[in-house]
Design a protein around this ligand. Structure first.
Ligand SMILES: Nc1ncnc2c1ncn2[C@@H]1O[C@H](COP(=O)(O)OP(=O)(O)OP(=O)(O)O)[C@@H](O)[C@H]1O
Ligand SMILES: [Mg+2]
Length: 253
């Protein structure tokens, strides 16, 4: 199963991606957490996983990747990364790092230099990568994406089986939820929402703004999650709410 985690900037996509990856691993699944955010770099702190070689760098950076892509497009029998038949085990070992609990992680690529140009290659690579990967029965690819709807515009979510929209207590998040719902429908993809940073006093206000059937769960506002993020530490929190959300997601597989 391939899942994309989406939402506005700072709503908790990376936090939720890491917590869900661990929970799904605990539930007996092989989990590959994919850092699909070309700008932000915080997820490595949260996982405590030593950063693997980025896939884009492995492919020779933007230039090398472009050349390989052109080669692939020119052959009748494309092999390797874009064959459409690869599994997690076929991915370059240098690009996968593992946490102590067995969650695996891959980073698509990051912007490194002033003036290096747009992030289109990362978008193209994300799409090709997801399109070409086949997942087994008890395997999950969990993609933490960049803020906003760029990955919808690029069609990356079209390569996933499910989109999880993370909603924090802001009007912008709810506006974006409507837009993501429309875009997911256009792509014929299922989307469901997780309400994040929920406090008892605002729970009802948050719930009222979404179709109840589309809300898969709620995560409380948690001080220790916030503090670990502030201090750049590995996330240590486990939440029963996350486990419950993961069980529901995995039942869809
Ligand atoms: N349930 C929660 N309780 C308290 N704080 C939270 C919770 N979820 C996320 N946060 C905090 O919100 C901030 C943003 O979280 P995170 O980096 O996961 O968001 P993001 O959506 O990935 O952001 P970006 O768009 O920059 O990638 C962090 O300070 C994080 O600790
Ligand atoms: Mg993030």
């Amino acid at each position: 199963m391939k899942i994309e985690v989406s939402g506005k900037g700072g709503c908790g996509k990376s936090t939720l991606s890491v917590l869900m990856a661990r929970s799904m691993k605990k539930l007996g699944y092989r989990v590959l957490l994919v850092d699909g955010d070309e700008s932000n770099i915080g997820i490595e702190n949260m996982t405590g996983i030593a950063e693997p070689m980025h896939l884009l760098d492995y492919l020779g950076g933007k230039k090398g990747f472009k050349a390989k892509l052109n080669q692939t497009l020119m052959t009748d029998n494309p092999a390797g990364l874009f064959s459409g038949k690869q599994t997690i085990d076929d991915l370059p070992k240098e690009c996968i790092a593992s946490a102590e609990d067995g969650v695996e992680m891959l980073v698509i690529g990051k912007i490194h230099h002033f003036g290096e140009g747009c992030a289109c290659p990362m978008g193209v690579l994300s799409k090709k990568f997801l399109a070409s990967l086949e997942t087994g029965d008890r395997e999950v690819i969990l993609v933490d994406s960049e803020a906003g709807v760029e990955h919808f515009g690029r069609g990356i979510v079209g390569e996933c089986d499910l989109i999880i929209g993370v909603i924090d207590p802001t009007a912008e998040s709810f506006q974006l939820a409507k837009k993501m719902t429309q875009m997911a429908a256009n792509a014929d993809k299922e989307i469901c929402f997780v309400l994040n940073k929920v406090e008892p006093a605002i729970e009802d206000v948050m719930k009222q703004q979404l179709e109840p059937a589309n809300v898969i769960g709620m995560i409380p506002k948690d001080h220790s999650i916030f503090m670990e993020s502030l201090e750049g530490k590995q996330l240590t929190k486990t939440l029963p709410e996350v486990d419950e959300i993961c069980r529901k997601i995995l039942m869809k597989a």
